[in-house]
Ligand binder design. Structure first.
Ligand SMILES: NC(=O)c1ccc[n+]([C@@H]2O[C@H](COP(=O)([O-])OP(=O)(O)OC[C@H]3O[C@@H](n4cnc5c(N)ncnc54)[C@H](OP(=O)(O)O)[C@@H]3O)[C@@H](O)[C@H]2O)c1
Length: 266
């Protein structure tokens, strides 16, 4: 049987998921339906063969997996709207909304449904997301499919739900932290002689290469750093100066500040 997927909320994330799944052939276009109140902006998905509609209830009739990609404050209204058409034997529901817990969805739907949460990041638009997934006990048979779905759009891991806020910080806010680090490198690169375009290319590709070293070789960062730091050399002089200025400490403090903020907003 062909799995059918309905994405409710064809915004940045929802349409990136649809585009990625169609582009890499994980799903045939006719197996995917995307909803949005104003469907004009997702006409490109219809042009690729996906179904688009503003009727959420009709959109889930044949679906097996329903991805909720609306803003967190809209989840309750959407679930209430689609309840009459939901069947726990047919539908598994995956929310990508930050801060909406499985218990919040169960409070509306009851405890029979297979419910999952996924926390991707914006690199999902180019198939390079890191996506953290958690699920309730009823979703035990759906976790594998949902993991393989997000593996088409980058990498995924299954975690305990209690780590989902931490996943939002490290995995989703992490994109912004990395970009700010790259921006600082560009600024420094210009000061030592490169044009903005040259510095941008060198900084971004160097960071990409460094990350790929860890992912490919499964090494610890310090092992790779040891290969660059010649005794009395320029790399260790720069690194140590960065640490004297609080480099690692400021990153850790920024990360924990984001975490405290996410917790206090709940
Ligand atoms: N962006 C990220 O990096 C990221 C990462 C992890 C998680 N998230 C989560 O992903 C969710 C979506 O984020 P986003 O950046 O994609 O937001 P977005 O671009 O605003 O997309 C939300 C979409 O939902 C549609 N929508 C609103 N009400 C609807 C309804 N009743 N029925 C159908 N569609 C409806 C909106 O289109 P219309 O107004 O035309 O209906 C809009 O395009 C959020 O909950 C966010 O917390 C985002």
């Amino acid at each position: 049987m062909e799995n059918k997927i309905t994405i409710i909320g064809g915004g940045n994330l929802g349409s990136s998921i649809a585009e990625g799944l169609i582009a890499n052939g994980f799903i045939k276009p006719h197996q995917i339906t995307v909803t949005k109140r104003n469907v004009q902006s997702i006409q490109h998905l219809a042009d690729k063969g996906a179904l688009i509609t503003s009727d959420n209830v009709a959109a889930i009739k044949e679906a097996h997996y329903i991805i909720l990609a609306v803003k967190p404050f809209q989840i309750k209204d959407i679930l209430t709207e689609i309840i009459p058409a939901l069947d726990f034997k047919q539908h598994a529901i995956i929310s990508v909304a930050t801060g909406v817990w499985i218990k919040d969805m169960e409070a509306i739907l009851g405890s029979n449904f297979s419910l999952l949460r996924a926390m991707p990041n914006t690199a999902i638009a180019i198939g390079q997301s890191m996506t953290c997934i958690c699920a309730n006990a009823q979703a035990v048979n759906q976790v594998e499919f949902v993991s393989s779905l997000f593996n088409q759009l980058g990498k995924s891991i299954v975690i305990d739900e209690k780590l989902m806020d931490a996943a939002a910080v490290l995995g989703a806010c992490g994109t912004a932290y990395a970009l700010r680090y790259i921006r600082a490198n560009i600024q420094g690169g210009i000061e030592i002689g490169f044009s903005a375009a040259q510095a941008s290319l060198i900084a971004a590709q160097t960071v990409k290469g460094a990350a790929d070293l860890l992912l490919t070789k499964n090494t610890h960062p310090e092992q790779e750093i040891d290969k660059v730091t010649t005794p009395m050399g320029c790399t260790i002089a720069g690194l140590n100066e960065m640490e004297h200025q609080g480099f690692s400490s400021s990153l850790i403090r920024g990360l924990t500040a984001s975490y405290k903020k996410i917790k206090s907003d709940m």
